[in-house]
Write a protein that binds this ligand. Structure first.
Ligand code: HEM
Length: 492
């Protein structure tokens, strides 16, 4: 047996060495180990700074960098259109499979690899995410915004320090709960991850997905293992929450009189337009893809504003002027918030400097190969652009690329369109974020309320730290000062 293992290992190593020596892309630069094994990328991903590693690799090696034997990161503005543009034949790579639902036959829109199947599946429910549907979600957001403001007022009154991202996560999860299932997850009220949902999404979807995504062959084996042995999995924790709500709603027990996703899905189901797999997938994707991302983005916006007081002053001025002119209600409507141009530019600029996803959005080169960054890539090669790399490209954003400057978005329409073409925070093309409008709704409504009432003050180290596993999550302790409370204290 030991001899058999030694011989098989030697043959495997020999196979890798020979294939790497004769591979058509053998001269693409990158870390030496990445030429022979996926272990290098796995290890670097595990260290949690992969977005910075990729940026550094491009600085050192140029526009094409090897991440693993068949995975390449591309830093070329034109590559965005070639890889992700509408009509492109590039499909998602199997990296995404472990992020999706365990059923290998009924994949969700996020993890589906086939462009054709994806288009059909996305079409079934895309209307729920459209601009015109947003109005029906406004009361859900208002409700959670009110609870969040009260919670922050309480933090302020007790002089309590808290982790900014954790609380923005509580906010974003509770909103997604309201919009998706008709009930908040109660995280703001509890003040901690009371049902282990955040932990379950972090471990079961994000950590698992971004690790197994690099060795997706293991995923079916893990699923098999999970089915055979009665082990508790983080995926099941999320599923239990969803299944409970679907079951109740299907039996006519409605937790809400408003039109949330579940209600809309049940209607489609009764009309024979979606099956229970699709319902399950839609609800699961909303929770998995729509909560952490929004939490990360709001944290980034507040952090950059705290670090750039002159930008915060401009937002305060904009909010005060709109309020004086009767153009900003309390709570802020989406329509009103959209007209706050400096706020909207700030949202984009924060997402440019801190995109929620820190990895390449990997795709497979289609039949016939493709020309990227001046080089031919054969069919089957996995390639992708990382937002952190392209958002740091001087040729697009100018010499002050690393500065937080919302004004760069306050230019003529033509130039904005050019910048938008290279803005990858929500992905691009047919696989672009389906929930973008929902997150913009949340941010646009929450931020004016939050910023006009609270000052955020870092406690201890004023520099955040970040760790990434697909999502780049932040850590920073802050206190809030409630200006309403200060004013009432001063008056009395
Ligand atoms: C600021 C917040 C958000 C950011 C930065 C963000 C980012 C992204 C990115 C980069 C992708 C593309 C992934 C790829 O091409 O590999 C994506 C896709 C997706 N996002 Fe978001 N997202 C956000 C909010 C949301 C919300 C609120 C939802 C749901 C309610 C959502 C659901 C999805 C889904 C289902 C996909 C897959 C779309 C498809 O392939 O057709 N996201 N998101």
């Amino acid at each position: 047996m030991p001899v058999l293992i030694a011989v098989s290992s030697a043959l495997l190593i020999l196979y890798y060495l020979i294939s790497s020596l004769f591979a058509p892309l053998r001269d693409v630069p990158g870390p030496a180990l990445a030429r022979y094994t996926r272990l290098w990328e796995l290890y670097k991903n595990w260290q949690g700074q992969f977005e910075h590693v990729t940026v550094a690799l491009h600085k050192r090696y140029g526009p094409i960098v090897r991440l693993a034997p068949n995975r390449y990161s591309i830093s070329d503005p034109k590559a965005i259109h070639t890889i992700y543009g509408f009509g492109s034949k590039f499909s998602k790579s199997d990296y995404y499979t472990p992020f999706g639902a365990p059923s290998m036959d009924h994949k969700d829109v996020f993890s589906e690899m086939s462009n054709e199947k994806h288009a059909l599946e996305r079409k079934k429910t895309s209307n729920m995410y459209s601009m015109s549907s947003l109005v029906s979600y406004e009361p859900f957001v208002d409700k959670v915004n009110g609870e969040f403001m009260d919670a922050l007022a309480d933090h302020s009154q007790h002089g309590r320090a808290f982790d900014l991202f954790t609380w923005m996560q509580f906010y974003a999860f509770d909103v997604i709960g309201e919009i998706t299932l008709g009930r908040s997850f109660g995280l703001i009220e509890a003040g901690y991850d009371k049902d282990g949902l955040l932990h379950a999404v972090h471990v079961g979807s994000v950590t698992y997905g971004s690790t197994l995504g690099l060795v997706p062959e293991i995923h079916p084996w893990y699923l098999w293992f999970q089915n055979v042995f009665p082990i508790e999995s983080h995926w099941r924790t999320v599923q239990r929450v969803i299944q409970r709500e679907i079951g109740a709603r299907m039996q006519g027990v409605s937790a809400s009189d408003r039109k949330d996703f579940l209600e809309k899905c049940v209607e489609l189901n009764k009309a024979g337009k979606v099956d229970e797999f699709t319902i399950n997938n839609v609800l699961g994707s909303n929770i998995g893809a729509g909560s952490d991302t929004t939490g990360i983005s709001i944290t980034a916006i507040i952090y950059f504003l705290v670090k750039h007081p002159h930008c915060l002053r401009k937002i305060h001025d904009e909010i005060d002027t709109a309020t004086r002119q009767g153009k900003l209600s309390n709570p802020t409507t989406f329509q009103e918030g959209q007209k706050l141009t400096y706020l909207q530019a700030t949202i984009k600029e924060a997402l440019r400097l801190h995109a929620a996803v820190g990895q390449i959005l990997s795709r497979v080169v289609p039949e016939g190969g493709a020309q990227l960054a001046g080089r031919h890539f054969p069919q089957g090669t996995v390639v992708g652009v990382n937002a952190w790399v392209i958002h740091g490209d001087e040729s697009i954003w100018g010499k002050d690329v690393h500065e937080f400057r919302p004004e760069r978005w306050l230019v003529d329409k033509e130039h904005i369109a050019f910048l938008d073409q290279h803005f990858l925070a929500f992905g691009a093309g047919a696989r672009t974020c389906i929930g973008k409008n929902i997150s913009l709704l949340e941010m646009t409504k929450l931020l004016p309320q939050l910023l006009r009432r609270f000052d955020f003050v870092p406690v201890g180290n004023s520099q955040w730290t970040t760790t990434s596993m697909w999502f780049v999550k932040q850590k920073i302790q802050v206190k809030v000062i409630d200006r309403d409370l200060e004013t009432s204290r001063n008056v009395s």
